[in-house]
Design a protein around this ligand. Structure first.
Ligand code: ATP
Ligand code: MG
Length: 355
């Protein structure tokens, strides 16, 4: 089922100062194509959960419209929207077995006993918990509980699956395997899914498309590779990628972009101050480049992560392959890979060019 948000806004009264308004979701538009998984990604407090609850019907809109397919669902109750919801704390009923947990929404919907039994077997197979059906939640690992929560959400055959930070209670390893699991389940069922997370790596690996949210607004929507390679602004550039992109104050001089005394590349068409961004993997050793001191070198499997400091005191990160020898407490000179340098308008942070 396709999802469309049209100019959706949600405002709250400020808890501390009721005269003030918090605009948690600020005039956002969104298209989620049928059978795709999109991640709503952004820092804490940017409005992700509020946007998701608005789509679920748990949160009333201040303005705008929501469509599932061609149907306007803006005024529909959550129960009428045919969605499956999974929250951060899986909220399973502790006194019920897995099987009873999954059956619960179906009983409420007055399904026949035989149909309920069949459906439990079916969703248990999809999320691979068939052998756990008679256990209580306390007898399951975090990842297994999470799969039960997803099974329960899928039980009523929803047309849309909404997940709010479903992996945040899991340790790193379980997070990885459970997110692969969610992706597999989503692909097998073909269910249109919105997955909320503040973890950019999670979003990059699981999504068909990513929507990046900043301060109530959707600042960019695109394929994972697009938001990585063509960030719309400084915020997206800094939020996506780990270690994060390096930023420098730059300026245009004689038809070139300069960082300190280092001539980054020829570029014309703009003037004045600019922010120069370069990802750690696009920093490399170069004679006559930017002079830096090597402060820390970390060996990370096949690569070296080097923390460098410029003569003007700015920190930057460089990633090199294992064969490039870089030693701590030495002076080196680095350059930026051509075509991999991002220019942003200093004031607004809007992307200007990649050179
Ligand atoms: N019921 C409410 N009343 C008043 N303000 C609220 C309410 N719910 C959320 N807010 C505010 O709206 C903004 C967005 O909150 P929201 O929970 O959607 O953020 P989030 O992106 O999900 O954050 P997190 O990653 O921490 O879960 C925050 O400033 C929050 O304080
Ligand atoms: Mg949230």
């Amino acid at each position: 089922m396709r999802i469309r948000l049209e100019d959706v806004t949600v405002k709250f009264k400020d808890r501390r100062n009721p005269k003030n308004e918090v605009i948690a979701v600020n005039h956002v538009n969104l298209e989620v194509p049928e059978s795709k998984l999109i991640c709503l990604l952004g820092p804490s407090g940017c409005g992700k959960s509020t946007a998701l609850y608005a789509i679920s019907g748990l949160q009333e809109l201040t303005g705008g419209k929501i469509y599932f397919g061609d149907r306007d669902v803006t005024k529909l109750d959550t129960q009428e929207r045919k969605i499956g919801l999974v929250f951060q704390n899986y909220s399973l009923y502790p006194h019920m077995t897995v099987s009873q947990n999954i059956a619960f929404p179906l009983k409420n919907a007055k399904w026949k006993r035989k149909d309920i039994e069949d459906r439990i077997q079916e969703v248990a197979r999809i999320v691979q918990i068939s052998e756990l059906l008679e256990r209580k939640p306390a007898q399951l690992s975090g990842g297994q509980q999470q799969r039960v929560a997803i099974a329960r959400a899928l039980a009523k055959n929803p047309e849309i699956l909404l997940l709010d930070e479903p992996l945040s209670n899991l340790d790193a390893k379980l997070r990885r395997s459970t997110r692969e699991e969610i992706r597999r389940i989503q692909k097998t069922t073909g269910i249109t899914t919105i997955f909320v997370t503040h973890d950019q790596e999670e979003a990059m690996t699981i999504s068909d498309e990513i929507v990046i949210m900043e301060d109530g607004r959707f600042v960019q929507q695109g394929l994972p590779q697009e938001v990585y390679e063509q960030p719309a602004n400084l915020f997206v550039a800094g939020f996506i990628g780990s270690p994060t992109m390096n930023f420098f104050d730059g300026r245009f001089e004689d038809g070139a972009v300069m960082v300190g005394n280092y001539r980054v590349a020829a570029h014309s068409g703009a003037s004045g101050a600019v922010t120069v961004g370069v990802r750690p993997e696009s920093v490399r050793l170069k004679e006559d480049g930017l002079r830096v001191k090597v402060e820390i070198v970390e060996l990370l499997g096949r690569e070296r992560v080097c923390r460098l400091r410029t003569e003007t005191g700015e920190l930057l990160t460089m990633i090199t392959d294992i064969d490039t020898l870089v030693e701590e407490d030495t002076q080196i000179s680095v350059g930026f890979s051509p075509g991999k340098v991002y220019l942003f308008e200093a004031e607004s942070g809007e992307a200007l060019a990649r050179i």
